[in-house]
Design a protein around this ligand. Structure first.
Ligand SMILES: Nc1ncnc2c1ncn2[C@@H]1O[C@H](COP(=O)(O)OP(=O)(O)O)[C@@H](O)[C@H]1O
Ligand SMILES: [Mg+2]
Length: 227
């Protein structure tokens, strides 16, 4: 299994340690290599919290998260940063591209700390940018691009290091229908070709329908929807 979330609980606490909100109360999820999973649930149900735990941006109070069978707890900060950079790609509702950099520079950033062969990286960036229809505008900055173009750039940035897992939090939430469809197609095509597993949080039925499995997050737990 690529990712196993096992019986995970998570509460948010006040400064004084009093629990304000029990968000996850024993959530479990298993994601295989290349598997695509949608997570739906009402606003405030803990979807973002769950993705943050899966991506080691936050840690559970109880339960365990395993990546290729190894626990993610007990890894030091530097180890976690390296893990995230190599193995995980993140896409959010808003693109979070750096406004002062061009699109080309933005997509290369995650590759810089790996000290790999930059020639290879440039080649991969070019392929992905051509494939996503962004090559001709690569020298422009995010402020000069449409929402759909920025979000496609964010997908290329997330995939540049060939992660084994892509975590997407309402990736089409800021897009119109046409751009949402284009982005969904892009995510499914690239994940299939590169065998990248995906966990996508979404309110959009059209996005969820393209995934292998759909789970609902309710009362702090995940249940699979069987149509
Ligand atoms: N850092 C935080 N501190 C306190 N409460 C939080 C924090 N982050 C989220 N919450 C609360 O936890 C609940 C779940 O949030 P979230 O995971 O963002 O839900 P969703 O993404 O499904 O809308 C919400 O009630 C939210 O207000
Ligand atoms: Mg959220």
């Amino acid at each position: 299994m690529l990712l196993e979330i096992k019986d995970v609980s998570k509460s948010y606490k006040s400064r004084y340690g009093r629990t304000i909100r029990e968000v996850l109360t024993g959530a479990s999820l298993a994601v295989g290599d290349g598997e695509r999973i949608a997570i739906t649930g009402p606003s405030g149900s803990g979807k973002t919290t769950l993705l943050n735990l899966a991506g080691t941006l936050d840690f559970p109070d109880k339960g365990e998260i395993l990546f290729r069978g190894n626990s993610l707890s007990g890894i030091d900060t530097a180890g976690l940063a390296a893990f995230r950079n190599r193995e995980v790609g993140f896409v959010f509702q808003f693109h979070h591209l750096l406004p002062q950099l061009t699109l080309w520079e933005n997509v290369l950033i995650p590759a810089l700390p790996l000290n790999g062969n930059m020639k290879e990286v440039y080649k991969r960036a070019e392929e992905l940018l051509r494939e996503t229809g962004l090559w001709d505008i690569r020298h422009q900055k995010p402020g000069e691009l449409s929402g759909g173009e920025c979000q496609r750039t964010a997908v290329v940035r997330a995939l540049i290091n060939q992660p084994s897992l892509l975590l997407a939090d309402e990736p089409t939430g800021s897009l119109d229908d046409r751009n949402a469809t284009m982005l969904t197609k892009l995510l499914t095509t690239l994940s299939a070709r590169e065998n990248t597993a995906m966990v996508v949080v979404t309110h959009a039925g059209g996005v969820a329908a393209e995934m292998d499995k759909i789970y609902s997050l309710k009362e702090g737990r995940l249940t699979e929807n069987h149509q």
